[in-house]
Write a protein that binds this ligand. Structure first.
Ligand code: SF4
Length: 183
């Protein structure tokens, strides 16, 4: 029975997410913004990732801003907003229960960890497909990614064909709202 410990673990972790004067939605938003690429760090993308209403996300963003954990910046001429973690936000995230759990996972044996990761990814993919949800995957598994598309470009050697922009190695490890799995 694998689902039971998974459910119990999620509940235990959810209880810990109330520590430190934050709530689970605020913590989830911080984790998302720390992992999102530059095309995905907007309130709209955050709303779609969390599957929450615009009103709830707006309150979450305002609370995080008030606490000095995130900052808003103008994104482009269309006046959309970009959300980034402040130094205080990054410090808070370093003590996040899920980040601490990641450290515990690293301490598991290599074979156990690899199998667990593969199994959980497969389960997640199944649920995302069943629910018709966006994958929020990374560049390396995206149909728009070209490994050597911008070789010699100072902005980065890889290419996103959708945004027609260069990507760095760091970019390719971030999650993206426009990710579409390569077939
Ligand atoms: S290659 Fe795909 S995942 Fe990467 S930035 Fe482009 S659309 Fe997003």
């Amino acid at each position: 029975m694998v689902a039971w410990p998974l459910e119990r673990l999620a509940r235990v972790m959810r209880a810990r997410e109330h520590e430190g004067g934050l709530n689970p939605a605020q913590r989830e938003a911080l984790r998302y913004l720390a992992r999102a690429n530059r095309f995905s760090n907007t309130p709209g993308a955050l709303t779609r990732y969390l599957g929450a209403t615009k009103g709830t996300i707006s309150q979450t963003v305002m609370a995080l801003e008030r606490k000095g954990l995130i900052a808003k910046a103008a994104r482009d001429a269309r006046k959309s907003v970009r959300l980034t973690l402040t130094d205080k936000g990054r410090e808070t995230l370093a003590r996040d229960p899920w980040i601490e759990l990641e450290t515990a996972v690293e301490e598991l044996g290599g074979k156990t960890r690899r199998r667990m990761q593969r199994g959980l990814e497969e389960l997640l993919e199944r649920e995302v497909t069943l629910g018709g949800l966006q994958s929020f995957g990374m560049c390396s598994s995206c149909r728009f990614f070209r490994e050597r598309g911008r070789e010699g470009d100072a902005k980065g050697p890889h290419l996103c064909m959708l945004f027609e922009d260069a990507l760095t190695d760091e970019d390719r490890g971030r999650i993206c709202i426009e990710h579409v799995a390569a077939v």
